[in-house]
Design a protein around this ligand. Structure first.
Ligand SMILES: NC(=O)c1ccc[n+]([C@@H]2O[C@H](COP(=O)([O-])OP(=O)(O)OC[C@H]3O[C@@H](n4cnc5c(N)ncnc54)[C@H](OP(=O)(O)O)[C@@H]3O)[C@@H](O)[C@H]2O)c1
Length: 274
């Protein structure tokens, strides 16, 4: 009992959102921009990143308050290093950039697979490695990884995306334990299909089950950082239960995951994002 209490105590974050500097990758995209706006409302100073400078510049103009833009192509290691260097003192990393990389394995090129792994996985691991030492020095900081229910539940036509999100999930939980007690928190926010904006909404296809809203994802990010939560699944309760069970019994749970399979028309619509 006392060790459980000690673990819960070590969860208390030493970080306050107001006044902290927060780097959001993929801030030119649907969910990243929503998360950046929400963190700004909490009083954080934002550094927004992505490749599309026009989107980032207009988001920075909207937010004001010294929001900085650092353009970077996360497929390039030198850009990842430069992003870490040019972002200034980052207290909170929101690693949100990602590609859908959906489709049958044989329909993805070797370059598609390499790019998905570089952006969804490698860039996040490297960026975290470069930003965490300063957080450790000051005894406060947070790494927030945007995962997905695809990080718990494997489904056909998503094997490479599943692989990337399973990898992020393993990284996040392992690093969280490694950094326990240092004042640096690590959380995962893992949404189901999200409505209105982002890589799923852009397909124009609607999910067979209830979708999450971008606002719910942003709210989960704030809650995860404030309370240093290990993982927040942003999905209705039945889906949360289904993917948890799928993590334990992947084969057995496939029939229950049918509504989470990305349909061919959505794969086709996401091809341009490979
Ligand atoms: N939307 C959903 O239903 C959903 C559900 C679960 C999880 N997620 C996760 O949520 C995160 C955000 O996705 P989203 O829905 O907002 O998708 P999105 O609208 O397609 O945005 C993706 C973002 O990633 C950035 N990005 C892509 N390639 C990049 C590269 N080479 N270098 C730097 N940045 C790059 C894009 O910026 P540029 O194009 O400017 O480079 C964009 O800002 C992803 O990690 C995704 O896996 C999304």
């Amino acid at each position: 009992m006392s060790s459980v209490r000690a673990r819960l105590r070590s969860r208390s974050p030493r970080l306050s959102l107001p006044g902290s500097t927060c780097l959001v990758t993929g801030a030119s995209g649907g969910l990243g921009a929503t998360i950046a706006r929400r963190l700004h409302r909490e009083g954080a100073r934002l550094v927004v990143s992505g490749r599309r400078v026009d989107e980032l510049t207009s988001l920075a103009a909207e937010l004001g308050d010294g929001t900085a833009v650092v353009a970077a192509d996360l497929a390039r290691l030198e850009d990842v290093r430069r992003l870490a260097r040019d972002s200034g003192g980052v207290d909170i990393l929101v690693a949100n950039a990602g590609l859908p990389a959906n489709g049958e394995l044989a329909d993805l090129s070797v370059d598609d697979i390499a790019r998905a792994v570089d952006i969804n996985v490698r860039s996040t691991l490297v960026l975290t490695r470069l930003l965490v030492p300063r957080m450790l020095d000051q005894g406060a900081g947070h790494v927030l990884l945007i995962g997905s229910l695809a990080g718990l539940a494997p489904t056909p036509r998503s094997s490479v995306y599943n692989a990337s999100k399973f990898a992020l999930r393993g990284f996040g939980h392992a690093l969280r334990e490694e950094l326990r007690g240092t004042g640096v928190g690590v959380s995962l926010v893992s949404p189901t299909f999200v409505s209105d904006t982002g890589m799923w909404a852009d397909t124009g296809v609607r999910a067979a089950h209830r979708e999450a809203t971008p606002g719910q994802v942003a709210e989960a990010c704030v809650s995860a950082i404030r309370k240093n939560r290990a993982e927040v699944l942003v999905a209705p309760p039945d889906q949360r239960l289904g993917v948890r069970l799928a993590g334990l019994f992947p084969e057995l749970m496939q029939p229950a995951l049918r509504s989470s399979v990305v349909p061919p028309e959505a794969v086709a619509a996401q091809k341009s994002k490979r």
